[in-house]
Design a protein. Structure first.
Length: 186
C-alpha cells in the first residue's frame, strides 16, 4: 500500500462529518432541553418560547453572561464548563443557529411525549411531562450535572428580565454589534 493510499483513508478535518460539535447532535440538544425544562418545572416555572430560547443558549454558554469576578464563575469552572467556546462561530451566529433549531427540537420532544405545549399569560409555553422528567432524571453524566448548575445560574438572571426586555439583554450578553443582531432578527 502506498503513502497515497493511506492519505485517502484519513478523514479531512475540514469535512463536516469528521468535525464533531455536540450542539450539532440532535440527541445532545434534546437532552439539554429536557434538563432545562425539568429544572424550570422544579422551580414551578413555564418559560415562554422566547425565554426558553434565551435560557437554552446561555445555559450552554454561561460565560457569555457570568463574569470572572463573580462567585458563579468559579462554580461553573469547577462544575466542568470551559471558558473556551466549542465552536468557532461568533456568539451571535451561534445564538441564531440554536434559536432556529429550537422549534424542531421542541416538536420532537412533544412527539416523544416528553413535553407538552400550552399557553400561560398569553405566551406559548412548553412544560415537561412526567415521562420527560423521568428521562431527564436518568441523565447523570458529569456534563448533565454541570449543565444543571449552569441552568440554575442563568435562570436566576433571566427571571429578573421581562420578556419584552430579553432582546436588549441578549444584545448585551452576546456583546455583539446591534446592527448585526438586527439583521439576524434578534
Amino acid at each position: 500500500m502506498s503513502a497515497m493510499d493511506n492519505k485517502a483513508n484519513v478523514p479531512d478535518k475540514r469535512d463536516s462529518e469528521s468535525y464533531f460539535r455536540p450542539e450539532d447532535q440532535e440527541q445532545f440538544r434534546l437532552a439539554q432541553l429536557l434538563l432545562l425544562l425539568d429544572m424550570e418545572n422544579s422551580a414551578k416555572l413555564a418559560p415562554s418560547i422566547e425565554r426558553l430560547g434565551v435560557l437554552d443558549f446561555f445555559a450552554a454558554n454561561p460565560f457569555l453572561v457570568v463574569q470572572p469576578d463573580e462567585d458563579e464563575y468559579r462554580d461553573l469552572v469547577l462544575a466542568g464548563f470551559s471558558v473556551k467556546p466549542l465552536a468557532y462561530a461568533s456568539p451571535g451566529h451561534r445564538f441564531v443557529t440554536r434559536r432556529r433549531r429550537l422549534q424542531s427540537d421542541l416538536a420532537l420532544l412533544v412527539a416523544y411525549g416528553f413535553v407538552q405545549p400550552g399557553t400561560s399569560a398569553g405566551y406559548r409555553v412548553f412544560r415537561i411531562t412526567s415521562s420527560g422528567s423521568e428521562a431527564a432524571g436518568q441523565l447523570s453524566s458529569i456534563y448533565a450535572q454541570a449543565y444543571r448548575e449552569s441552568v440554575e445560574v442563568i435562570s436566576k438572571r433571566v427571571r429578573k428580565v421581562v420578556d419584552s426586555k430579553l432582546p436588549e439583554f441578549c444584545r448585551k450578553w452576546l456583546n455583539a454589534d446591534p446592527a448585526m443582531l438586527d439583521l439576524l432578527n434578534i
